[in-house]
Design a protein around this ligand. Sequence first.
Ligand SMILES: CC(C)(COP(=O)(O)OP(=O)(O)OC[C@H]1O[C@@H](n2cnc3c(N)ncnc32)[C@H](O)[C@@H]1OP(=O)(O)O)[C@@H](O)C(=O)NCCC(=O)NCCS
Length: 229
Amino acid sequence: MNGHRRNQSSMNVRRRFRNQGGPAAVDAGSIANGVRHPILGRYRAVVTVLKTKRLTLRELTLDDVDGLLEIFADPEAMWAYPSTKDRDQTEGWICWAMASYQANGWGLWAVVRSEDGRFLGDCGPMPQPVEGEQVPELGYHIVREEWGRGYATEAALACRDWFFANTDYERLVSIVRPPNVASRRVAERVHARMRLFVWEKTGTQECLYETLRSDLLDARLDTRATIVR
Ligand SMILES: CC(C)(COP(=O)(O)OP(=O)(O)OC[C@H]1O[C@@H](n2cnc3c(N)ncnc32)[C@H](O)[C@@H]1OP(=O)(O)O)[C@@H](O)C(=O)NCCC(=O)NCCS
C-alpha cells in the first residue's frame, strides 16, 4: 500500500470516527472506556500492555496523534528519516499499528510516563520485510524534550521481554541507520548481535540488530527484570 492511499483512507476513517461521536478522552495507561476502533468499527477497550518501573505501554489510539506529532513533526528528532510526518501521515502510522494489534496481537505501543501520564513516544514490534521475510522489528521514538533519561532503553528492553514471553517467534530485530548513535546505543542494550545489510525497503545500508529466543539465556544480554506487571 503506498503512503498516499493509506493516508487518504486514514483521513476517511478518522472522519467516520468523528461523525460517530469518537471516543471520550482516554486515560493514558488504563483500561479505559471502550473506544470505537477506526478499522473494525466496533468498541474496543484501550489496552495496557505492560508496565515497567517508570513507564506504561499501552495500545495507541487516534487520540495520540498530537503526542506523536511532537516527535514526527520535529526535524531534529526525524533527522535519520527521509522526512518529518504531517498529521495525516501520523494518523496513518497509528492505523498501521492498530492493524497490527488486530492481525498479530502486538505492534508499536504508546509509551507513557506512569507518574504523570506524560506521552513520551512509541515503542514496540512491527512486521517489516527483511531479506524476503516478514520479521518483527522493534522500533522506538521518544519526544526530544525527554531524551537521555533512559526511557527508550527501559521501554525497548521490556518490549523485547514481553515479545518472547507472549509470542512463539524465535527472532526479534531492530533496523537502525548507522549514524544514529542514540538508537544504536538502545539496540546494543536490547539485542545480542549486529551486522550491516542493505534493506530492501529503502535500498540503503542499515544496521540489523538481532536477538534470538535462545539468546535470552546468554548471561551477557541485559535481562534485568523490566516488566513489573
Ligand atoms: C533513539 C531514541 C529513541 C533514544 O531515546 P532516549 O530515551 O533518549 O534513549 P536513552 O535515554 O534510553 O539512551 C540511549 C543511549 O544513547 C545515548 N545517546 C543519547 N543521545 C545521544 C547522541 N546524540 N549521541 C550519542 N549517544 C546518545 C545515551 O547516552 C544512551 O546511552 P547510554 O545508556 O550508554 O548512556 C531518541 O533519540 C529518538 O527518539 N530519536 C529519534 C527517533 C529515532 O531515531 N528512533 C530510532 C529509529 S531506528
